[in-house]
Design a protein around this ligand. Structure first.
Ligand code: RB5
Length: 146
C-alpha cells in the first residue's frame, strides 16, 4: 500500500516513527511536509496529503499535528476522506474495521513514538469488515451531499 504523511510543526516529532513503522511493514511512503519546526497552518498540510488519496496517488493518509484534532477536523471537510483522530490502538483498529477510515490522525503532544508505531501497525493491518458497516459508512458519505 502507499501511504502519504502530512504534518505541521506540532506533529513533526512523530514523522520518523510513522515512516519507519510503515516501511518495516513493507509499505510505500511519501512525505508532503512540513519539514521544519517553523510554524505553519495544519489545514494546508491536511489538504496536501488528502489530495493524494482523492487522486488515488496514495491509499491512506497519516496526518500529524500537536493533538491530531486540527488535522482530523480539516481532513473530514474533504469529500471522500474519513479521518480518525486516534491515541490508542483499539480505536485505530475499529476506525478501519467499522468506519473504513482512510486517514489516521495523531498528536505528537499527546502520544509518544512507541504508542504511535503500535497505532500505525494496527491501523495498517486491519481491514474494513464491510457487511452492516458498509451501509453506515455510506450514510457518512451521504452527509457530504448535504
Ligand atoms: C499548533 O500549535 C497546533 O495548534 C496544531 O499542531 C494542532 O495541535 C492543531 O490541532
Amino acid at each position: 500500500m502507499k501511504y502519504v504523511i502530512g504534518n505541521d510543526h506540532g506533529g513533526i516529532d512523530l514523522v520518523d516513527a510513522v515512516e519507519e513503522k510503515l516501511k518495516e511493514l513493507g509499505h510505500q511512503v511519501e512525505k508532503v511536509g512540513t519539514f521544519s519546526k517553523e510554524s505553519v497552518d495544519y489545514p494546508d498540510f491536511a489538504k496536501k496529503a488528502c489530495q493524494k488519496v482523492i487522486d488515488k496517488e496514495a491509499d491512506f493518509a497519516i496526518l500529524l499535528c500537536g493533538t491530531g484534532v486540527g488535522m482530523s477536523l480539516s481532513a473530514n471537510k474533504i469529500k471522500g476522506i474519513r479521518a480518525a483522530c486516534v491515541s490508542e490502538t483499539y480505536s485505530a483498529k475499529m476506525s478501519r474495521a467499522h468506519n473504513n477510515a482512510n486517514c489516521l490522525c495523531m498528536g505528537a503532544r499527546v502520544i509518544g513514538s512507541e504508542v504511535c508505531k503500535d497505532i500505525v501497525e494496527v491501523f495498517a493491518s486491519t481491514k474494513f469488515e464491510g457487511g452492516r458497516h458498509e451501509k453506515r459508512v455510506n450514510k457518512i458519505m451521504d452527509i457530504e451531499e448535504m
